[in-house]
Design a protein around this ligand. Structure first.
Ligand code: DX5
Ligand code: ZN
Length: 227
């Protein structure tokens, strides 16, 4: 995975057909997805429950791009090795998920993955000031995590602050929640390069009729690139 700051669209399979993940992953990649975003929820850190490392391991052979695993779980540390074993390329933990984000990011890198840190809407950019050199990606939540299809919360000021804090460091800024062709230009202009989108990618399409996935991905990308 070489670093670049061009716009990347990362469909969230939270909006996919849960009985057909392999085919859904293949469909979004064939339709132009740059990364595949995998939302892990534990029913504790967030009020919803999705899947764990065994399912993520089963997704792995279907992902030809980048498997971007977003942990909405607490605690994180006991599960890091399981997600490495499952084949995550990027493993993102929430700064709010425990008292030791510095240790967590070190452990993610030590397990051979890129380390991401996520910030809930109520958490300031400054929460990552002292872990920037341990971080490959900062995920700015633009909804309160737990569900797809929620309304975008404007976090462009936070994105701008992070962009300045990052300087020349090879750190991606990812936006997660409520991204569509209307909101994508706002966050791209503020300095984000990875746009997660669930409902705005999967709406209107299916494995049997995947062309809308491609049209949806292109619409988000074009809106972001031409901000
Ligand atoms: C929210 C998840 C998101 C979510 C985005 O808790 O982390 O990745 O799937 O879904 P949309 O794009 O529908 O807001
Ligand atoms: Zn996510």
């Amino acid at each position: 995975m070489s670093f670049d700051r061009s716009i990347k669209i990362a469909p969230s399979i939270l909006s996919a057909d849960f009985a057909n993940f392999g085919a859904e992953i293949q469909a979004i990649e064939a339709q132009g997805a740059d990364w595949v975003h995998v939302d892990v929820m534990d029913g504790h850190f967030v009020p919803n429950l999705t899947f764990g490392p065994m399912a993520v391991k089963a997704f792995r052979p279907h992902v030809k791009t980048v498997m971007d695993v977003h942990l909405m779980i607490a605690p994180v540390d006991p599960y890091i090795d399981a997600y490495a074993e499952a084949g995550a390329d990027i493993l993102t933990a929430h700064v709010e998920a425990g008292p030791h984000i510095h240790r967590t990011l070190q452990a993610i890198r030590a397990a051979g993955m890129k380390a991401g840190v996520a910030l809930n809407p109520g958490t300031p950019a400054e929460a990552v000031t002292h872990v920037l050199d341990l971080t490959d990606l900062i995920c700015v939540m633009t909804v309160n995590p737990g569900f797809g299809g929620q309304k975008f919360i404007d976090m462009t000021a936070k994105v701008r602050t992070l962009r300045d804090m990052i300087g020349d460091r090879p750190i991606h800024i990812e936006i997660d929640g409520g991204v569509d062709p209307t909101t994508a230009p706002l966050v791209a202009a503020a300095g984000a390069d990875v746009l997660v989108a669930g409902s705005a990618v999967f709406r209107g399409g299916s494995v049997a009729d995947p062309a809308p996935y491609g049209a949806n991905i292109r619409a988000i990308r074009e809106a972001a690139v031409s901000h």
